[in-house]
Design a protein around this ligand. Sequence first.
Ligand SMILES: Nc1ncnc2c1ncn2[C@@H]1O[C@H](COP(=O)(O)OP(=O)(O)OP(=O)(O)O)[C@@H](O)[C@H]1O
Length: 368
Amino acid sequence: MSLEPVLQAQFDKAASLCLSTGIRGAFVEGCTYGVASALIYLAEALLFYVGAVLIAKGTYTYLQMVQVLNLVVFTVTIGSQLMAFTQKIAKSVQATTDLWGLVSLSTEGSSEAQGILRPAIEGDLVLKNVCFSYPTNPDVEVLKDLSMKVSEGECIALVGASGCGKSTVAALLQRLYEPTSGTISVGLNELRATDVHHLREHIAVVSQNPNLFDGSIRDNIAYGRMGEMGDEEVVRAARAANVHDFVMSLPQGYDTPVGENASLISGGQAQRLQIARALARPCKVLILDECTSALDGANQSAVLETIRDAKVGRTTLMVTHKVPVMKMCDRILLVDGGEVVEQGTYEDLVERKGLFAKLASGGEWVGE
Ligand SMILES: Nc1ncnc2c1ncn2[C@@H]1O[C@H](COP(=O)(O)OP(=O)(O)OP(=O)(O)O)[C@@H](O)[C@H]1O
């Protein structure tokens, strides 16, 4: 929601660039076509004139003139048709260059390259005096001296008004960005010093959008570990995510394709498949970012039931606006102004009559 203005600005910029490029392209194409057509008629006129003069002088026969005329007109016509392709050729060259740029992109940012330790990702999750601004907007500090601690195996809800920085905390935990200052650690190990691939193997994320691929259910659960994960492990993860029975009810079972953007299954089923994928890894930290926000009541209940089982033995962080989700957590942390301002259970925070209660009465939380 809070990203809307940022995305709107990016869309407007891209659309106006597209418009000006399109206008320039149309102008060049129009000119090219005009010049090419004019060349044909000019060549014909010139040949008729010169041919007529030469025939009158007796140095040329009529047959010779027609042969030369045909040859030249044919050549110029082919040339002009080729000119009409210039824009398409330029587009193809640019598309190939862009595609090549994409294919050769590094999968590691400069900060990701740092960190070589591969410690066990276990212990308390601690953010200490974390400040952060997005590189694209360095003047706006999203997190200001944020400190919080989640004990090993604890389940917390990270809540706050839209745009307060909840998803940013989730992004920092995955090392998608580095804090401007302050430290984030799991147990004794600072994330900054940890190998990023190792870290992401042990921190599972289930997001609002079903990040599933247009492949089979089996491949989606085993994604990232295809080849090394046997059918038994896939089934075990699916059972843990309460999705095995649903999969077995499908005619193709684990070979059922989920479709593009998981269009062949429901939102709740897609979320449970994402959870199954998370549980198929040796993850001790589970981040659930608004993963029930787009679901109807029945699907939400099914997914919450799955989360209730999945969070056992894992440090779980749920970014949410929903009261039922907050209530199933051990503790709620309220973020405001880039820092944690209130914490406690749902009942504690409502009783305190502070900002949490004010946001609740203002309709910020959904589902009660
Ligand atoms: N990639 C980005 N580049 C620049 N600014 C960003 C980016 N992502 C988020 N922001 C800005 O950072 C601030 C915090 O965003 P964030 O998504 O963390 O908030 P949130 O609390 O999760 O919001 P919501 O509840 O609406 O999802 C917002 O002002 C947002 O516009």
